[in-house]
Design a protein around this ligand. Structure first.
Ligand code: ZN
Length: 150
């Protein structure tokens, strides 16, 4: 457990310091904005689709370390996936974050996203971790309104 905790902290720090895919996507065909009023995190997500497959994903914005790291890791995780695969990944990720600390979690298919199980220690930060995913949902629907974690 302490290993995972350390990995969690290192991963958040690393992705916050050097966010991956952190730029606007000039040829994006899907785009959405997200806002987590609880913490003040804001981000914009860009997607380039190839049929129902996410060919490319990127984001911009400003927020806390957890929201930035989560968006960074999400863009890495969803590239090359179909809409259906991305949605099922969100479901798994959400289940991971909302499972009580002492209960076992099913991490099958989550890969690196597993480190976010550390967020369970800080329930108030769960919305920071899910903001990018809610925004992804909005972008896939091409929803022009702002995605909110509330
Ligand atoms: Zn936050």
């Amino acid at each position: 457990m302490s290993d995972l905790r350390e990995l969690y902290q290192q991963t958040i720090i690393d992705h916050n310091r050097k966010p991956r895919n952190f730029h606007p996507l000039t040829d994006a065909d899907h785009h959405a904005k997200g806002h987590n009023p609880l913490c003040g995190d804001r981000l914009e997500l860009y997607l380039k689709m190839d049929g129902d497959r996410i060919q490319d994903a990127s984001f911009t914005g400003a927020g806390c370390a957890i929201s930035t790291a989560s968006a960074s890791m999400m863009t890495e995780a969803i590239k090359g996936r179909t809409i259906q695969e991305a949605k099922s990944l969100f479901t798994k990720f959400h289940t991971l974050l909302t499972t009580p600390m002492h209960e076992p979690i099913d991490v099958d298919g989550l890969d690196k996203l597993e480190v976010f199980s550390g967020v369970r220690e800080f329930p108030v930060r769960i919305k920071c971790a899910t903001l990018a995913w809610h925004t992804l949902d909005a972008a896939l629907k091409d929803d022009r309104s702002e995605a909110k974690t509330e």
